[in-house]
Design a protein around this ligand. Structure first.
Ligand SMILES: *Cc1c(COP(=O)(O)O)cnc(C)c1O
Length: 398
């Protein structure tokens, strides 16, 4: 069998090795050091933030963001339901209640109309949420024009979960510049990686200081280590920051490659009936971190699971879109404000191999596999176990 084609494999350039060896040789093999400081400075400038604080993961950055905003036991935090579990988990670490908000069709991100509905309701009952966590799915920014207007109107701070969106822009501003606090991930499958790591960005010097304090066990400046509150060991290692600096220096190249991969899939698959692509609104430039398609089995002749299994049989990894958090057993007890969109995305959506290091030949195999499945138009249609909602071929606009 040929070598496995991964959904989004790490992609190193030469510079990472040099920087890593420099960190190693200088004996800064610690969760602080000159590469951490330099990575933070360079990162802040790339995303247009005044301050950046490197963390051990994106999840850790989200958790600390919630701490900084004072989220605690019993508070409500509004969050996109269509996301990776880390967004919701971080809220539960604070014993706060996630309230899941469904997606809009245009961006697949948090629907401003549902957000407004929930803010109105919470205002009426006299318990506004402590924060709104907006996720930039698949490398595409949410509709910040509407979302930030609502957040300001109700005076609720925004955490931008930009873990998947480093390098994207919205109205010519970089992803990560929309939240009062924004969070990024350098996990192995993200657009750039440090093997594991994250970043918190903000414009407040006081918040950045507080983040650094919380991620180093909340240590007061006393030689005997005085502690007045609970902290975490969430600091990034100097070795990994060295890798991050190398990766950051090739970010535009990585974004360009992911977008080219998306374009090729679109050029070579868009003629297939029943296949549509994640839309990209006019004022948005997505990184196309993952190329995601929607499959209408009634028209295509096979569903997304049949495509996934066919690809798997050729040792090619693909993945259904996120199962919405409001359908996850772990979060069943929390409120949700839904419109059916994320359930359709989960039922019909599939992400195709999109790593920037993927070869032209491997992408050709993915395309050929999907085309051949359409050609054979077998109807072993397997129904995903999701509550039924009307099938809408026009979910993807554009
Ligand atoms: C990857 C990811 C995270 C978590 O990042 P880690 O570095 O893996 O902890 C959070 N939110 C979203 C949307 C992600 O995709």
């Amino acid at each position: 069998m040929s070598e496995r084609v991964y959904l989004s494999a790490p992609h190193m350039s030469e510079r990472e090795r040099e920087l890593l060896i420099d960190a190693f040789d200088s004996n800064w093999v610690a969760p602080i050091g000159p590469h951490v400081d330099a990575f933070e400075t360079e990162f802040a400038s790339v995303v247009g933030a005044k301050h950046a604080v490197a963390t051990s993961s994106g999840t850790a950055a989200l958790h600390v963001a919630l701490r900084i905003l004072g989220v605690q036991h019993g508070d409500d935090v509004l969050v996109s339901t269509f996301t990776f579990v880390a967004s919701a988990n971080s809220i539960c670490y604070q014993l706060a209640n996630p309230v899941f908000i469904d997606s809009e069709r245009e961006t697949w991100n948090m629907d401003p109309q549902l957000l407004e509905k929930e803010l109105k309701r919470s205002h009426r009952v006299g318990k506004l949420p402590k924060a709104i966590m907006v996720v930039d799915m698949n490398g595409q920014c949410a509709n910040y024009q509407s979302i930030l207007q609502l957040a300001r109107m109700y005076d609720v701070p925004v955490i931008e979960d930009a873990a998947e969106a480093l390098g994207a822009t919205y109205q010519c501003r970089p992803a990560g510049s929309f939240g009062d606090i924004s969070c990024f991930s350098f996990n192995g499958n993200k657009i750039i990686t440090t093997s594991g790591g994250g970043m918190l960005t903000c414009n407040s010097e006081a918040w950045a200081q507080r983040a650094k304090y919380l991620i180093t066990q909340a240590r007061q400046p006393a030689p005997h280590y005085e502690h007045t509150e609970v902290g975490y060991n969430y600091r990034m290692s100097n070795l990994l920051a060295a890798v991050g600096r190398g990766q950051l220096s090739v970010l535009p190249n990585r974004v360009g490659r992911r977008r080219a991969i998306f374009k090729r899939y679109q050029d070579e698959l868009a003629d297939l009936p029943g296949i549509s692509f994640m839309p990209e609104p006019e004022n948005c430039e997505s990184t196309r971190w993952l190329t995601s398609i929607l499959v209408n089995p009634d028209i295509f002749g096979a569903d997304r699971e049949a495509i996934r299994l066919k690809l798997e049989s050729l040792n090619i990894e693909s993945r259904p879109l996120w199962k919405p958090m409001h359908l996850q057993p772990a979060f069943a007890k929390y409120r949700s404000v839904t419109n059916g969109v994320s359930e359709i995305l989960f039922r019909d959506g599939l992400s195709l191999p999109s790593g920037s290091a993927m070869s032209e030949k491997d992408q050709a195999s993915v395309i050929a596999c999907i085309r051949s499945l359409r050609a054979s138009t077998i109807s072993r249609v397997h129904k995903p176990k999701v509550p039924a909602s009307p099938r809408e071929a026009d979910l993807a606009i554009g």
